[in-house]
Structures are given as structure tokens and as C-alpha cells.
Design a protein around this ligand. Sequence first.
Ligand SMILES: [Fe+2]
Ligand SMILES: [Fe+2]
Length: 311
Amino acid sequence: MTIVNRQSNPLLTGANGRTSVCDMSKYDLNNLIQSHAVVSLPTCPSVFLLLVEVLENPDNAGNKLNEVLSSDQAFCSQVLRLANSAAFGCERQVASIEDAVLRIGYQNIWTMAVAIKTKEILEPSSGGWMDVNDQMWWHAFKTAIFARFIGKQINPSMASVFFTSGLLHDLGKWIMLKIVPNYLTICDNGRVFGPPLIAMEQANLGTNHANIGGDMINYWRLPELIEKLVRGHHDYAPGTFGVMDAQYVVPMADEMAHFLGDATQDFGADAEVIFPRTMLERSLMSTRAVEMMLAEFQRLRDALNKSRNPG
Ligand SMILES: [Fe+2]
Ligand SMILES: [Fe+2]
């Protein structure tokens, strides 16, 4: 797997030195950044970039992860609290990241660390965490878990890229919520999604959340592949594709996550009862794999909830 990073790229690129998606729109992210507009765009903490970089060197991932997490004590304790939750069934409490990596695996620790940081990135700077934020967060997390499972059959070495892209796929919506006063009305409080939402955003705002999210990821200098998967996640009409290629992984995961609706409920264990047969066929996953995917989501969701509300 080659993840192209942007170490040598200018902040934004394009004919005028900036990527241009919708120059005429007052909601164009690049214009907002350029004009230092008084809006609170989410910032990407350096530890998040380091976590994504860990992906680039899978051979030394455990050590590198330990190094990254140990540089931030508060973050480190949060990850350990999660690792010690009942969801991972450790008989003895883990006391260090090294210990946690040994006992519950590098993948689990990395997943939880990235999820915690993503949530922090998305946290509204004012106005508190609303119900809509909660729904959007669990939708993002569900899509990430699903994307990793679905993507593994296309390219196992890209599983973590699919996970990160799933987490960030609707980043543009979080930004729209911050900068567009009537965004919730435009998307009918989240009841409209998929291509109709993109069309509504485009008509009302001159841009859409897939492009805004892609621009933000570009600005943060996350790998181009993540930007590409986020920017393209609504380029396909739901129900019209099977997962033949990496480009379909996030759209398929998004579709399945939307189909399940509320992430706080338990879905049961029978994939064939939960999902329509055509959807299962298009995911190219066995029934058993889909059931493992649902169980994984519910387990990690409960662990994350526990770490937020210990006891
Ligand atoms: Fe979306
Ligand atoms: Fe979505």
C-alpha cells in the first residue's frame, strides 16, 4: 500500500495556488480560509496526523503507536480506560499502551485512538454537543467500521485507510453545521441524505458536503487517498453498485449504515433479517462476515460509551 502524503505540497494547490471547487460560493472553504473569516473551522491536532502516519509503516506500527500516544498523557489515559472496558474482556487491567497493544492488539488500540481524536476534532466549539451531533457521530463510526470490513475484501492492506475515510466521510456536514445558519433546515434535520442531499446543498449553497470535506482533508494534508474517498462518497446512486473496487467501499458502508438508522439500538444478530438480500449481495460479504461486522460495531460503540461515562 502506498499512501501519498503531502509533505512537499503547498497548503492548497491550483492555478492560483488554491484548489478551487466552487469559487463563487460564499461557503467555499478555500475562500473562508483565505479571508480568515470568523468561523470556527475544525482543526486537526498533530497527534491525529501522527496516528494516520502510523499506517504508513505497518512493520513498526505497535512501537510507533506507543510513541504517539505516550506523548499525550490525557489522551493516553483515555485510550487505556477504553482498553480496560468490559468490551475487550481483559482479566487483568492494562496499565500501559505497550501492555494494551500486546493484549488487545494494535488494530483495536489504533481504532479507538483515531475514533477518540476524530470525535474531538468534530466537537462543536460552542453550543455544546446536540442530538444531531450524536446521530452524526455514530453514523460516522458505524460507516468506518463497515468500510473497514467491506474494504478488507478488496484490499486488506488498506483497511485502516477505509476506516479513517469512513470516519471522516461526512466531515463536510460538520463544517456546514458550523458555518451555514440554516443547514439543518436544508437537510431536513438529517432526514434527507445521499444524492438528494447533495443536490439540495448544491442548489442552496453552491457547494456540497463531500467537496467541503475533501477540501478540509486537503487543507489538513491528510493522505490524498482519504481525500479522494471522502470527496467521491456520493458519486454513486445508492443501490446501483456492487463493491468491485476501492471507490465503492465508503459509499457501500454509508448506505448500509443509513439503512440501519439509529446507532444506539441493538440490531440483533441475523444479517439476513436485518439487511435486504440485494444489499448483502452487493456488499460481496458472506452473511457471517456481515454479522461479525455488526457485532464489532456494537462492541466498540459500547466501549466508547463506557469510556465517556465510566461507571
Ligand atoms: Fe455524505
Ligand atoms: Fe454518511
